[in-house]
Design a protein. Sequence first.
Length: 299
Amino acid sequence: MCKPWRGIFAIVVTPFNDELKLDEAALRRQIEFCIEGGAAGLVGPANAGEFATMSDDERRRWIRIVTEAAAGRVPVIAATTHGHRVPALALSRYAQEVGADGIMAMPPHILHPDAGGCYEYYSALNDALRIPICVQNFMGPIGTPMSADLLARMCSELEYVQYLKEETLPEPRAISRTLAAAGDACRGVFGGQGGIYMIDEWRRGACGNMPASQSVDVHAQIWHLLEQKNEAAARALFNRLLPLLNFERMHGVAVYKQVFLRRGVFTSTATRIPGAFLDQKDLLEFDAIWREIEPLLAD
């Protein structure tokens, strides 16, 4: 797909059954949910998709399922972050072979290379692929924050490094710095962090946002209103979603899966991340938020 990437690119959440096996049927349902809800692209398995808990075989299966289910309707960006460039290259080549439209990767998340090592890593990906690369600039301890100048250099010198996902804080200012440094060498910078800063990011020139997928229909509506220059309506809708976004910031994937359970997309909230669950008091708070937000999600 040659069309520029723009809009809400959903980070697909990985569904597991109660035995912690990949729930392929729920994954396929989620793809339909995202596309019907207005997602402009699909991304993963990334942080919100629990990639660090998955085997390479599972990640390959995940990428194949999502690419096949999307069937060319929206771009699929395979997240191929790995502990070293050798397995990252293998997974990225596989994604390209099965039809992914691009890849997204952080630098090796255990080794945390310096600036020169980061450049060499993305240079190796660039040389191995013929599809766009999105550099994910994420904060520690998982991410390896990179400077705006380094990101701009990679966009300028590496043919397939074309997009950036900026998630260092303060994220909106980081997007401004990177856009100023990279200029036309970068085809676009996405925000992340669950979409919580997306209005400020849009105003600063972001090409979209990559939130987890459980409320992608509402994120897509907010983005559509921004693109129509109706910031007041976008902010009003964002403010209705904000209590759920705040709760997600505290509990992460446990909330993503609870939302999908309530929306009939998942049949289990099982996660492989230690401590990622909602206790009974958490669920009471979630229920109070849900009562207020459910009509919005049903619109």
